[in-house]
Design a protein. Structure first.
Length: 95
């Protein structure tokens, strides 16, 4: 995975990721198009710092649970195909 501190973006370079964990107080604010497409992810928790989730970012057939941590009223842009082919539920959790 590549982390670009100047742009605060994340993009995957390895399709064997099974678990995705962001550090406490992550400063990453954008998950690029296709970032985790085709990975073996089953569960992901997306931190409140994320402002945009790109096209097919989590196109992962094994993904059964995606939790999005949000503060009420915070901005988040999610492409309609961000979770394409996932087999589970996407749940916003408000803090």
């Amino acid at each position: 995975m590549i982390y670009n501190s100047d742009l605060c973006k994340v993009r995957n370079i390895n399709n064997a990721i099974k678990k995705l964990t962001f550090e406490q107080n992550s400063q990453i604010n954008n998950i690029d198009n296709y970032a985790f497409k085709g990975n073996l992810l089953t569960t992901v928790t997306i931190p409140g710092s994320i402002k945009k989730i790109g096209y097919e970012a989590f196109n992962c057939p094994n993904l059964t649970t995606a939790t999005i941590e949000r503060a009420k009223g915070s901005d988040l842009s999610v492409d309609g195909s961000s979770f394409k082919n996932s087999s589970g539920t996407i749940t916003p959790q408000y803090q």
